[in-house]
Design a protein around this ligand. Structure first.
Ligand code: XMP
Length: 524
């Protein structure tokens, strides 16, 4: 089990749906602890975990395809309530003796009004006519013995079904997605009334458990934490400081690519305001000199990553020895989901993809710490709640993501001190104006990019020949996809005027109107 402390009240078995994580989050929104596990989890393993309920996710496969991921039929004999969603429902029906067929001509994608036939039990408080989100090419043609219909839609006769006696439920729609009206009511009915779960997954309960667990794990040993100023490492610092006090050493490596005022802000906040001591490491010279003459983006990232490890290694030896390294790993990083190892087109199992893009790679062999990762059970929104509850100020809790290599990847071509100063000034104006317009929290990220080309302009009577700044402002849910933000004209105008007037070396401002995909959020 991925968690030695608390067993999940609800286990989500993942059949490769893009929504498996979302189901887990929705269940947690009801203050019931849930985990995503592989569809291949055995009945024996489930018996040991003893969840109060099991949800089978959707999935891209067809239950009658040869390679369709199956669950062990022993699942139905555990006596634990099961809710099958979409593919999960079809699997339940098929394994228990019903029939699933391609819904030729009646496949349903998108919103459909749900007609409730049995308004009790799973569908209590789900209004007749509620819009539900459908996405299926197969449909249930006949039900197994003992099952009854709870609801239908125009195209789907069996849209929600149940075997009341065995507490087995299936829905053809996706209650977890935001477009499904009454979806949360359905999930609450399942977890509270059918599975009889208690709402005990609260921020305070998490903090108490995490404090005890960290103290137990670390004992009287010392822990090192590399603070970045983002919400994860900051929350981690607050949590660990509360758990073990001065046996935590926070280290902030300033590589010289932070936003204007950021190093000072962080030191002031942690050290002076919250009395969490932070070792400030000024490594600016080292990083910039390594980047001299480097223009290739991949090479830049690599050099920054390698240098980070070198500084980290050197400084941890100087300040150490440490037994533990604290890491802000979150739950999405540890989910072993079928989504990452089932090919969505064929339903075939494929090798697990490794996320390497954004991480600084591994630490060298001779610098192996034991890890302390108290946030590994949390989703990002839960980290924010924990941070807030530990007293972390809002300006950290709700800050935009900022890449590890910092402004170095927002300067195209060679990074120099001069360009860094220019970009920092432009970036500050972007931050100020977005905040002044009250748009900070509606935007995922807003920043400036410096292009190393010159164009002609005129200021006063002078001809100028200087760099352009690109404005990059996007809205996004998770950074995986993004849309460019439609900013008000007067804000854009203020940004352009201020940047050209106040930032030396810049004579033009352009706006990036590319979504992701095909663009990325960052320019490098
Ligand atoms: P892209 O540019 O890939 O960015 O669309 C997606 C999200 O990831 C952030 N990002 C990074 N974060 N180290 C990080 O810690 C990196 O090297 C890095 N590159 C991109 C980016 O800011 C956006 O939020």
């Amino acid at each position: 089990m991925p968690d030695e402390q608390r067993a999940p009240a609800i286990v989500i078995l993942d059949f490769g749906s893009q929504y498996s994580e979302l189901i887990a989050r929705r269940v947690r929104e009801t203050e019931v602890y849930s985990l995503v596990m592989s569809y291949s989890t055995t009945p024996e393993e489930l018996r040991q975990i003893a969840p109060s309920g099991i949800i089978l996710s959707g999935g891209p496969s067809s239950v009658y395809s040869e390679r369709a991921p199956q669950c062990d039929p022993g699942l139905w004999e555990l006596g634990i309530p099961v809710l099958g969603v979409c593919y999960g429902m079809q699997l339940m029906v098929q394994q228990l003796g019903g029939r699933v067929e391609p819904a030729t001509g009646r496949a349903e994608y998108g919103k459909a009004p749900l007609h409730v036939d049995d308004p009790t039990d799973l569908l209590t408080n789900v209004e007749d006519g509620s819009t539900m989100w459908m996405s299926h090419g197969d449909a249930v043609e006949s039900l197994p013995d003992g099952f009854t219909r709870l609801a239908h839609t125009e195209n789907t006769p069996e849209a929600a079904v149940a075997h009341h006696g065995r507490r087995l439920y299936g829905v053809q729609f996706h209650p977890e997605v935001v477009h499904s009206q009454g979806g949360m009511a359905l999930i609450r009915n399942f977890v509270y009334h059918i599975c009889e779960c208690q709402p005990d997954w609260t921020t305070d309960a998490f903090i108490e458990e995490a404090l005890a667990q960290v103290r137990r794990q670390v004992g009287d040993k010392r822990v090192l934490l590399a603070l970045s100023g983002g919400v994860d490492s900051s929350t981690l610092a607050f949590l660990l400081h509360r758990a073990i006090g001065d046996r935590l050493t926070c280290m902030f490596i300033d590589q010289g690519f932070m936003r204007k005022g950021e190093p000072e802000f962080l030191m002031e906040l942690f050290d002076q305001r919250f009395h969490i001591h932070v070792e400030y490491i000024n490594a600016r010279e080292r990083f910039i000199s390594r980047l001299a003459g480097i223009t290739d983006p991949e090479q830049k990232r690599k050099i920054i990553g390698t240098e980070f490890i070198r500084v980290f290694e050197q400084e941890s030896k100087r300040l150490g020895p440490f037994d533990y390294l604290a890491q802000g790993t979150l739950y999405p990083d540890v989910i072993e989901s079928a989504g990452t190892n089932v090919d969505p087109r064929t339903g075939e199992r494929v090798a697990v993809k490794i996320k390497s893009h954004h991480n600084v790679g591994g630490l060298p062999k001779d610098l192996q710490f034991k890890l302390v990762e108290p946030l590994r059970r949390l989703f990002k929104d839960e980290v924010r709640k924990v941070g807030r509850s530990l007293g972390l100020p809002e300006e950290i809790v709700r800050r935009h993501p900022f890449p590890g290599p910092g402004l170095a990847i927002r300067i195209l071509g060679e990074v120099t001190d001069e360009k860094l100063d220019t970009l920092r000034d432009a970036d500050l104006i972007v931050r100020e104006e977005i905040a002044r317009a009250g748009l900070y929290h509606e935007i995922w990220q807003a920043f400036a990019v410096l292009l190393p080309v010159r164009s002609v302009g005129v200021m006063g009577d002078q001809r100028t020949y200087a760099w352009p700044i690109v404005l990059r402002c996007v809205s996004s849910e998770d950074g995986m996809t993004a849309d460019w933000s439609r900013l008000p004209d007067d804000l854009l105008e203020r940004l352009a005027t201020r940047i050209v007037n106040e930032v030396a070396g810049v004579n033009r401002v352009v706006l990036d109107i590319t979504s992701k995909p095909p663009g990325t959020i960052e320019w490098e």
